[in-house]
Design a protein around this ligand. Structure first.
Ligand SMILES: *Cc1c(COP(=O)(O)O)cnc(C)c1O
Length: 419
């Protein structure tokens, strides 16, 4: 099945009411047939719904559909993008371990890796996605995960996938790609050899800024990689919190299963069924929307590139951009709707923000309405000036998330604001 068919049909079997739209199963819990059934579900002798913190039929449609769209084996939806990333880390790393993170990432990932995980005794090391050889110097036998973004937010870089994957495979280390900005429409990290994909579904998946959510997808064949892998002993040794369950004994997708059985159980960052339903609606037209987001963003990037007040434009679809060759190789059918550009000073940047009329001053991306942001004073405000530098966020940088309005109106609005 191809993308546009997956997003409209995959993973939904009509229930007794034959509703065309996927129903919202708005419930906390599920009734067991009898006491044996209840015990069987808890012992995993039978699979079924127990409590919405663990599974929900509406969320399950989203999970199946998303996994298929990414070309993965299975996925697990969460309450936010940050919780999807946190769950991926917490599923493999513990106190004394380390993870490796791209030096330019979403602000939440910067603070999670640099501060919050540190409090749990998990060290973060950083690498440049265009210089994967650096990985060789920082990988050791306590390294559990390499995290990077397929299109980084807000510096808009495309990583050297082949270089990163080659080193990760050599050391048998899992790679996690945050595919939020590129979306599965423009990038398929599993086809590029990566192991896990995370998304904030709050962005392009809802497409209209309607709800917060996240999802974590595992690739096909990951069970074999994890089984008896000493770096990931968690999957082949008894889980004491589950009567000595050994995940690799089960013919189920082990990575997401362990997130569900232990992390969703104990931490509870599960999605609401209503939000899952909103994401199912959004997914249906994701391929159509991404096409227009990408076409408009390219036109706006070209307009900005030729503007005398603009120092630099970051958009991988521009031939002048350092990412262009990577983008041509690893992205397809467009370059998404996010771009950033630099003007001479913070004052000039803030003046532009205040003058635009169609662009809303909002810290979000992937909405049908265009958004303008000044990362240094908002999304990346908690970063020190050294961290800002490392994250690729100069003070005169403005980020745009190009919506679905008429592109000529957007260009006119920018023209007036910049001049
Ligand atoms: C927004 C975003 C996140 C965090 O997602 P939330 O749903 O806001 O928790 C993570 N990564 C990227 C690239 C994002 O844009």
């Amino acid at each position: 099945m191809r993308d546009k068919t997956i997003v409209t049909h995959f993973g939904y079997e009509k229930d007794s009411q034959a509703t065309m739209a996927v129903p919202i199963y708005q419930t906390t819990a599920y009734e067991f047939n009898d006491s044996t059934h209840a015990a069987n579900l808890f012992e995993l002798k039978e699979l079924g719904n127990i409590y919405t913190r663990l599974t929900n039929p509406t969320t399950e449609v989203l999970e199946k559909r998303f996994a298929a769209l990414e070309g993965g084996e299975a996925s697990i939806a969460t309450s936010s993008g940050m919780s999807a990333i946190f769950n991926a880390v917490a599923n493999v790393a513990e106190s004394g371990d380390n993870i490796i993170v791209a030096s330019k990432t979403y602000g939440g990932t910067v603070t999670l890796s640099g501060h919050t995980l540190k409090r749990f005794g998990i060290e973060s090391r950083y690498f440049d996605v265009h210089n994967p050889k650096m990985l060789e110097e920082i990988i050791d036998d306590k390294t559990k995960l390499i995290i990077f973004e397929s299109l980084s937010n807000p510096s808009i870089d495309v990583p050297d996938f082949d270089g990163i994957v080659k080193i990760a495979k050599k050391h048998n280390i899992l790679t996690l790609v945050d595919n939020t900005v590129a979306t599965p429409i423009h990038c398929k990290p599993f086809a590029l050899g990566c192991d896990l994909v995370a998304h904030s579904t709050s962005k392009y998946t809802t497409g209209q800024g309607l709800a917060l959510g996240g999802i974590l997808v595992e690739r096909k064949g990951l069970n074999e990689f994890l089984k008896d892998n000493p770096r990931y002993y968690h999957f082949s040794t008894p889980d004491e919190s589950y009567h000595g369950l050994v995940y690799s004994d089960l013919p189920l997708p082990n990575f997401t299963l362990r997130v569900r059985l232990s992390l969703l159980r104990d931490i509870g960052n599960a999605p609401s069924p209503f939000n899952s339903w909103l994401f199912i609606q959004g997914l249906e037209h994701l391929p159509l929307r991404m096409k227009q987001h990408s076409n408009s963003a390219l036109k706006i990037a070209e307009f900005l590139e030729n503007h005398k007040e603009v120092k630099k434009v970051n958009y991988p679809g521009l031939k002048s951009n350092v990412n262009y060759e990577y983008a041509k190789k690893y992205l397809h059918d467009g370059f998404s709707g996010l771009l950033s550009f630099e003007v001479n000073s913070k004052e000039k940047a803030l003046k532009i923000l205040d003058k635009t009329k169609l662009f809303s001053l909002v810290v979000n991306i992937g909405d049908s309405k265009s958004i303008i942001t000044h990362p240094a004073s908002t999304t990346h405000q908690q970063l020190s000036s050294e961290e800002l530098q490392k994250a690729g966020v100069p003070e005169g940088l403005i980020r745009l998330s190009i919506g679905l309005e008429d592109v000529d109106d957007l260009i006119e609005d920018l023209e007036e604001a910049i001049s």
